[in-house]
Design a protein around this ligand. Structure first.
Ligand code: SF4
Length: 351
């Protein structure tokens, strides 16, 4: 895929204040006869107005569950979510409708997320009806045509059904539907991973253009760091239910502070052939541990090539490295929560 790199001309408005904030967010799924699956397990995250925050990690790391929890499409077990200062976790059912208007979602698989029995016109019109927008048939029809045009589809698509469309066209419909409620924030959950490589850049370009034109804020969830780094102002890296590194994209990708980020980056092909020939790939050993039984101390320690003495004993905190760059790794100083006496002793006497 040739991802569209950001240029000064198409850069979004300068990111402003915090639009969405999660603090200590956890989503645990109970399991019969076993410990709960800790899909999201203590996440602090900020999304600033006008920016694209890329959320990246291997499948199963909890990033999609985190995206769903931010919209309360799954209920958080603990923690707090604020949208523009409003506590989203305390909203009742009726107030949640307002949240779903302000925060929309574009799903990974446009075929699965679009009702196959409905026409495209009905699919895009449904959020208009739910939120009481464009009342009356004529106004709704005109708004549907406008939304289709915004995503590059002809009004004639109104009468078709999802199976008559290509994957890229279906994802454009998914974007039109997300835009119908005039959201401020769109959570894009792996929006290009089910598409042909030749189509992926077109959909990314569409998202970038819409952000510029409508002043949108994106949380862009993906396992593909290459796509994330080209469209994101900041990147958050997630491993086993936690954010392990976050910061400006250039800083995180140019000078990664966490060994997991370094491993993810080493898998990204370099467009320069000589550099690509000497690219050193960091291959992580072992599988991702079960989120029902994460390792003690640093959750990455069972696969980390740099693990050392404090790692099993102290759960590393997300420490500030300056300039908004934060990483949870003892290589930058042993800071965190001791999980046993050895950890407590290490923090008492780090030397
Ligand atoms: Fe590796 Fe230790 Fe850093 Fe965890 S804290 S990433 S195990 S060096």
């Amino acid at each position: 895929m040739t991802a569209p790199a950001r240029t000064p001309a198409d850069a979004p408005p300068a990111p402003g204040e915090v639009l969405l904030r999660a603090e200590g967010l956890a989503v645990h799924f109970p399991q019969r006869g076993g410990p709960p699956v800790r899909a999201v397990d203590g996440v602090d995250l900020e999304v600033r107005r006008g920016e694209t925050l890329g959320l990246v990690g291997e499948s199963g790391c909890g990033k999609s569950t985190l995206g769903l929890a931010l919209l309360r499409l799954v209920e958080p077990t603990a923690g707090r979510i604020e949208l523009d200062g409003t506590d989203v976790t305390a909203l009742g059912r009726r107030e949640l409708r307002g949240l779903r208007r302000r925060v929309a979602m574009v799903f990974q698989d446009p075929y699965a997320s679009l009702d196959p029995r409905q026409t495209i016109g009905r699919i895009v019109a449904e959020p208009l009806e739910v939120h009481g927008l464009a009342p009356g048939r004529a106004a709704r029809r005109a708004r549907v045509d406008e939304l289709l045009a915004m995503v590059g589809l002809d009004p004639s698509f109104r009468d078709r059904r999802p199976h008559e469309l290509s994957g890229g066209q279906r994802q454009r419909v998914g974007v039109a539907r997300a835009l119908a409620g005039e959201p401020e924030l769109i959570v894009c959950d792996e929006p290009i991973s089910s598409l042909d490589v030749s189509i992926q850049a077109q959909v990314l370009n569409l998202l970038v253009r819409l952000q510029r034109e409508l002043g949108l804020t994106y949380l862009f969830v993906a396992h593909d760091l290459a796509a994330v780094q080209h469209v994101s102002d900041r990147v958050a890296v997630m491993y086993l239910g936690r954010i392990v590194e976050v910061g400006d994209t250039a800083r995180v990708t140019g000078d990664p502070a966490h060994p997991y980020t370094r491993a993810l980056l080493s898998a990204v092909p370099v467009p320069d052939p000589p550099a690509e020939r000497v690219r050193r790939r960091i291959v992580l050993s072992g599988d991702v541990p079960s989120p029902a039984a994460p390792p003690s101390g640093c959750r990455f320690r069972t696969r980390c090539p740099d693990a050392f003495e404090p790692c099993p004993h102290v759960d590393p905190a997300l420490a500030d490295l300056g300039g908004g760059h934060r990483a949870a790794c003892h290589l930058h100083g042993v800071v965190g929560t001791p999980v046993d006496e050895a950890g407590a002793a290490l923090l008492d006497d780090p030397a």
